[in-house]
Design a protein around this ligand. Structure first.
Ligand code: SAM
Length: 281
């Protein structure tokens, strides 16, 4: 479905992606299990997983008391889970509908948060203050072409000694054919100057369709991701690759306790996620 690739101007690509994300908000409000957060101790499963990986690198092993900037916060379920874990949170997203939904949720849960509407590639200029942690996870850098500009926002927002954390779908996973009845390569692993063109009316969570189905996405190999962070002076503290992920990439994937995975015999063949922790000196 993302087999077509074109060279496209970033403003045009971003506008199309933004319309698509605006349309997904009401669908995700129904499908994300938001009411789970009404239980006072509940944290989203993404944040529960990420806090385990992240805490060894945090002062005192916790986000409590830290200033956290969450890139691509969507409807705020992960951002507010970080707030519930004690962080002072700023959620960044380019979708006004997502941020309105997040703001409504923070009021309902009585959790403080700041919401900033901006392209993540302009985040440093748009967000006030410096941060102990810049956090982003699950559905992130495939949405833009320029990792050097992305890494510059992270370095600009972090205080000296601050930590950066990302977990996302592995670029090797994104190179696979999601429709094939076996593991099969289909999309580029390496980045090109072209965007992958996707036309999908459905979304990964819940039923319903979007009016704006066209999105543009970019492949980024693991080396480019790591080198973009090194390039802005961050020290890489840890890189991990995982065999499960929180959404069903292919109908062949099987539900496992912490999400979805390929059939058992295939799990050693290919990574599903990567995690990187880095520090600003
Ligand atoms: C898959 S969601 C990631 C959120 C999180 N993992 C979750 O499920 O709540 C992707 C988010 O990135 C946002 N987004 C995509 N491109 C962006 C950009 N260039 N600048 C800021 N936000 C962007 C979308 O609006 C959407 O909220």
């Amino acid at each position: 479905m993302g087999d077509d690739r074109i060279v496209i101007d970033w403003d045009a690509a971003r506008a199309s992606n933004r319309e698509n994300w605006e349309d997904r908000v009401p669908l995700h409000e129904k499908a994300y299990g938001i009411s789970d957060l009404d239980a006072p101790d509940h944290l989203s499963s993404v944040i529960r997983t990420d806090l385990i990986a992240l805490s060894p690198f945090l002062p005192g092993g916790t986000v409590a008391g830290l200033d956290v900037c969450h890139f691509q916060c969507h409807i705020g379920t992960d951002t507010l889970s970080l707030a519930r874990a004690g962080a002072r949170v700023t959620g960044v997203d380019f979708s006004p509908a997502a941020l309105a939904s997040a703001a409504q949720l923070s009021e309902r849960l009585n959790l403080d948060a700041t919401w900033v509407e901006t392209d993540v590639l302009d985040a440093r200029a748009a967000v006030t203050g410096d941060f102990d942690l810049v956090y982003t996870s699950i559905g992130t850098i495939n949405w833009f072409p320029d990792l050097d500009r992305w890494a510059a926002q992270i370095a600009g927002l972090l205080r000296a000694g601050g930590t950066f954390y990302i977990r996302d779908g592995h670029p090797m996973l994104y190179a696979m054919d999601e429709d094939a009845d076996e593991l099969r390569l289909r999309y580029p692993y390496f980045s090109t100057n072209q965007a992958q063109v996707w036309d999908e009316e459905s979304t990964y969570a819940g039923d319903g369709t979007v009016a704006h189905s066209r999105t543009y996405q970019w492949a980024h190999p693991l080396s480019d991701i790591i080198n973009s962070l090194i390039g802005v002076g961050l020290q890489i503290l840890r890189v991990d690759e995982g065999a499960t992920l929180p959404w069903k990439f292919s109908s062949r994937m099987i539900e496992v306790p912490d999400g979805f995975a390929w059939p058992e015999a295939e799990r050693v063949l290919i990574p599903c996620t990567y995690t990187i922790v880095a520090r600003k000196s």
